[in-house]
Design a protein around this ligand. Structure first.
Ligand code: 3PY
Ligand code: MG
Length: 268
């Protein structure tokens, strides 16, 4: 079976840097897959993406050896199983708030007797290899997001749930849960303390710590701290910020459209 390169990076104690896909396009997924990141995540939660978009995007990522993840819209076993069947090598499950929810996510990623995943790896067999079912429990990454009031309170029971490979912070939902504005790269002391606490608990339980960022400054900060799954940039922000930055360098031209000024700079 094709091995999960990101899991290999984690086992070696190194960081895996990724990027985020919100645009429903096989072509833009392929472009992003050729940027040299370790992993890409197709975002079905907040991206403009449905299952019929996910399949060609996974196919496009397969033109490279970048590891494909999907963030599912919710902790719903049928969706987790379907994206794994389509060839995702890991799922990112939003808003996991306690041990029972973490166990539910893990069970959807593993075949019996370890879990409750149903057999039917249609595209996963083509991508992973003929012996996919034999090894997939070991290769599929189950990543749970910690970003709710209850999840913050119960982070240790979530992180220590057997089968959880990584715990991933959604910084803006985490900020809301802490009573702060939903800012991505967040220096608020309450936010920093919660992020640091999660990292410490992950280290204690030998679970990978992950986090989303909105800039290389914060990606670097979290890598230096010991996070091993860090998201550098999303397709839509890469596109928008590059065009805006290039346009801003021009002289002798007055933009007629005011649209650019409406985009926020807090990561969303
Ligand atoms: C968050 O910031 O809450 C996220 O989930 C990032 O996508
Ligand atoms: Mg979130």
């Amino acid at each position: 079976m094709r091995l999960n390169k990101v899991k290999q990076i984690w086992r070696e104690g190194k960081p895996a840097v990724g990027a985020w896909l919100s645009i429903p396009s096989g072509f833009s997924a392929e472009v992003m897959a050729h940027t040299g990141v370790d992993w890409l995540c197709i975002d079905m939660q907040h991206g403009c993406i449905d299952y019929s978009d996910v399949v060609p995007m996974l196919t496009a990522i397969s033109t490279t050896d970048v590891t494909p993840f999907v963030r599912v819209p919710w902790n719903e076993p049928s969706v987790i199983m379907k994206v794994l069947d389509a060839g995702a090598y890991g799922v990112i499950v939003p808003m996991v708030s306690n041990k029972e929810e973490a166990e539910k996510a893990v069970a959807a990623c593993r075949y019996p007797p370890s879990g409750m995943r149903s057999n039917g790896p249609n595209r996963a067999l083509l991508y992973g290899g003929a012996d996919y079912q034999k090894h997939s429990d070991k290769e599929m990454a189950c990543v749970v997001m910690i970003e709710t009031v209850e999840g913050i309170e119960k982070m240790e029971e979530i992180i220590s749930t057997p089968g959880v490979d990584a715990a991933y912070i959604g910084p803006t939902d985490l900020a809301l849960a802490l009573g702060l504005a939903p800012v991505m790269d967040n220096d608020d002391p309450k936010h920093v303390a919660t992020v640091n606490k999660m990292l410490e608990i992950c280290k204690k339980h030998n679970v990978v710590a992950g986090i989303h960022t909105g800039s290389s400054k914060f990606t670097q900060r979290y890598i230096d701290q010991g996070f091993q799954m860090v998201m550098l940039v999303a397709d839509r922000s890469a596109m928008s910020s590059y065009v805006k930055a290039e346009a801003a360098r021009l002289s002798g031209w007055t933009p007629q459209s005011k649209t650019g000024t409406a985009t926020t700079s807090n990561g969303y």
